[in-house]
Design a protein around this ligand. Structure first.
Ligand code: SF4
Ligand code: FES
Length: 379
């Protein structure tokens, strides 16, 4: 890893993972295998100081996330702090548990935006994925409360083999719920989701169909609903600029205060993360070893180093290179120029072709397992 000390513009957004506690058990969860315990979560005073520092850095957006962020007792105070410091607040929530009851207080505190996850479009399909009976019904009530309070709503649907046939339904549901934005996000295989990849991988024709549906809906619903789409890396020809490029736009604070360049960065061995308890956000952004490890282009190997896209996608995803190739500093194998690209395609095709895919391994308390040592790193 080579540190490249190019001038570093300040970040635009910060994701505060306020807790890893969550009422749902989704198999596609991208949180790490080892979750932070409640006793390790940073306290209210530290969160409020971090928000002051974020505002001073010129950060515009704060995403209050988790786990389920409303599981924290201080979520109203945290939201009020976002408002008083001029930070645009986005609550990323399951809508289950205390979320609906807290919404009026959150709206009073100045909450700007709500992002609600849906696992399916019917109680049967959604509850099967969330692993919690009644979760879909709770989400519908939550969305009605968002509407009643006049809050701005985005619906997020993580797509996989189990619900890829519901893309049209997600679009209809988003309109029905009064959302102005819908994210159709194909599963990213990090953290817990990586364990479930064989159960979640859709087939290429289904992926292509989902893309056609979204493209047609974008045209039809222009001015009414914005639809963002994250295509599956395993079927892509070029990788995404993960997190907007390592250390370029975005910071992620884990529940216990480690500051990460992306939410899966802790899967990369040898990176040194700094904590908000020990350093200011500005110091971490400029100087922490983890942020400088893959910042800029100096660290890049070939084919990235001589590629005309290297300042567009920044070499793709480091965590995916690690998970699939065992080396975070290689070109993301989602890229067609990677010498390993054909293998990732073959892997996806063989998993998707499995007529009897494995059962979901649900996420839940006590289901933290020892991290796999990249056991299916591509040969
Ligand atoms: Fe991006 Fe590297 Fe692929 Fe070029 S070779 S498109 S920089 S990942
Ligand atoms: Fe870590 Fe993509 S998830 S760089």
């Amino acid at each position: 890893m080579t540190s490249s000390r190019v001038p570093v513009p300040n970040p635009l957004g910060i994701l505060l993972e306020l807790t890893h506690r969550c009422p749902l058990h989704c198999p596609y969860c991208s949180n790490p295998l080892e979750l932070d315990k409640r006793s390790a979560e940073i306290d209210t005073a530290t969160v409020l100081r971090v928000l002051d520092e974020a505002a001073e850095l010129g950060i515009l957006h704060v995403h209050l996330s988790g786990g389920e962020p409303t599981a924290r007792r201080d979520i109203v105070e945290i939201t009020a702090k976002c408002a008083s410091t001029g930070l645009y607040s986005n609550l990323i929530t399951s809508g289950v548990g205390p979320a609906a009851a807290l919404l009026p207080a959150l709206a009073d505190a100045g909450l700007d935006h709500v992002q609600l996850s849906l696992q399916g479009t019917t109680p049967v399909s959604a509850d099967k994925v969330s692993g919690l009976k009644g979760s879909h019904e709770a989400k519908m009530k939550f969305a009605a409360e968002v509407d009643r309070l006049g809050l701005s709503l985005t619906v997020n649907a993580v797509i996989h083999r189990g619900n890829i046939g519901e893309v049209e339904g997600f679009i209809e549901k988003a309109i029905e719920l009064g959302a102005r934005r819908l994210e159709i996000a194909h599963t990213q295989y990090y953290g817990w989701a990586y364990k479930n990849r064989a159960a979640l991988m859709p087939a290429r024709p289904e992926v292509e169909r989902s893309i056609r549906i979204v493209e047609a809906a974008r045209e039809r619903l222009s001015g009414k609903l914005v639809i963002d789409m994250v295509v599956p890396d395993y079927y892509a020809l070029r990788p995404k600029a993960c997190a907007g490029g390592w250390g370029r736009k975005f910071m992620n604070v884990s529940p216990n205060g480690r500051v990460l360049p992306c939410h899966a960065a802790e899967s990369i061995p040898g990176l040194e993360f700094w904590h908000v308890q020990d350093h200011s956000l500005g110091d971490i952004w400029q100087n922490s070893p983890a942020f400088n490890a893959y910042r800029g282009t100096a660290w890049m190997p070939e084919p990235c180093q001589s590629c005309e896209r290297k300042e567009l996608d920044w070499g793709g995803c480091r965590c995916q290179a690690l998970a699939l190739l065992g080396d975070a500093s290689l070109t993301d194998p989602a890229c067609g120029k990677s010498p390993f690209h054909s293998r990732i395609e073959a892997l996806a095709a063989s998993e998707a072709a499995e007529t009897a895919p494995p059962d979901y391994i649900y996420r839940g308390p006590g289901q933290t397992v020892a991290a796999r040592e990249h056991e299916d790193v591509l040969p």
